[in-house]
Design a binder for this molecule. Structure first.
Ligand SMILES: O=C(O)CCC(=O)C(=O)O
Length: 292
């Protein structure tokens, strides 16, 4: 059965704060700057973005996918939507979980030389693997908002008693667990934007440097969120972040959709007997990257 479903974030959906300042991190983004002006990546943009990501827990990298590549990804995804018996869409959000398991042909389209270059910069000493892929469509005017949270649970293939792992959760056959902090710190999230995105159509809001504080209890979020910034990203660009970066997103007040492919990568191996549920290899060498 296809894993296409309306996303519910029961513990996350709440009152969003109103949009505040805009991120100066990564690409030197300023409030009100048109995403059009951010479309070009300077030569050294990747190095700067990786530095900012490590320092601030988020960064923006425009121009990673060309308009033609974005159009092709959308065509693939929309083709599957139209043909799927399990196609479901609420008025406010549409999501495809386990995206590469559901639409394997996307792997080739996503693993472009430029994306592999980004991964090479993020993981200079190890070969990463994909650990999660989700497609999020926040349609124009969507009421869907996501309250402040960190992505602290990882999806794994089974439940196993292991020191440092827990609590565990099991929902609709999906097992998730809170892993040791160093596992979360080793994950990088790449959010590929398929539409121009700003504060009006659900750009992610993040708290800079919050990734340095481990798992932050919910009741402490208000200590951090006054420092939040908004992360506009032009279509074809990546928003880079880490699971421990405190983040949220607002309702859309725009007539434009906000479609995102959310990819998580790690180079870490889980303890013997436990595996990432969606693990997919990502060979970084151009000659063989499609063959495994
Ligand atoms: O795409 C969004 O607006 C929020 C997604 C999110 O917070 C998440 O995947 O953890």
């Amino acid at each position: 059965m296809r894993n296409i479903a309306s996303v519910e974030h029961p513990t996350q959906v709440g009152q969003a704060e109103s949009s505040g300042s805009t991120s100066p991190a990564g690409a030197g983004l300023l409030p009100g700057v048109a995403t059009e002006a951010l479309r070009e990546t300077p030569q050294d943009g990747l190095e700067d973005a990786v530095y900012t990501l490590r320092e601030q827990g988020h960064a923006t990298l425009p121009g990673v996918f060309s308009p033609a590549e974005v159009a092709s990804l959308l065509q693939t995804i929309e083709g599957v939507e139209a043909n799927s018996a399990n196609f479901r869409r609420s008025q406010d959000v549409f999501a495809i979980r386990n995206l590469l398991g559901e639409i394997p042909q996307l792997r080739e389209q996503l693993l472009t030389p430029r994306l592999r270059e980004v991964l090479g910069a993020l993981f200079p000493d190890a070969t990463p693997h994909l650990t999660k892929a989700i497609y999020f469509d926040k349609p124009a005017g969507s009421n869907w908002l996501v309250a402040w949270h960190q992505d602290v649970m990882i999806s794994v293939d089974r439940r196993l008693d292991l020191p440092g792992y827990g609590p565990w959760s099991s929902k609709s056959g999906e097992v998730t667990v809170l892993p040791p902090r160093q596992i979360l710190e080793g994950i990088f999230t790449l959010r590929l934007h398929l539409d121009d995105c700003n504060e009006t159509n659900g750009a992610l809001r993040v708290v800079p440097s919050s990734h340095r504080h481990g798992v932050i209890p919910n009741e402490q979020h208000p200590i951090y969120t006054p420092q939040a910034v908004t992360c506009p990203v032009p279509a074809g660009g990546l928003m880079l972040m880490q699971p421990l970066t405190l983040h949220a997103s607002n309702r859309s007040t725009s007539n434009r959709p906000r479609r995102v492919i959310h990819l998580e990568f790690s180079a870490a191996e889980l303890p013997e007997g436990l595996q990432w549920r969606e693990r997919a290899e990502v060979p970084l060498k151009p000659a063989n990257y499609l063959s495994s």
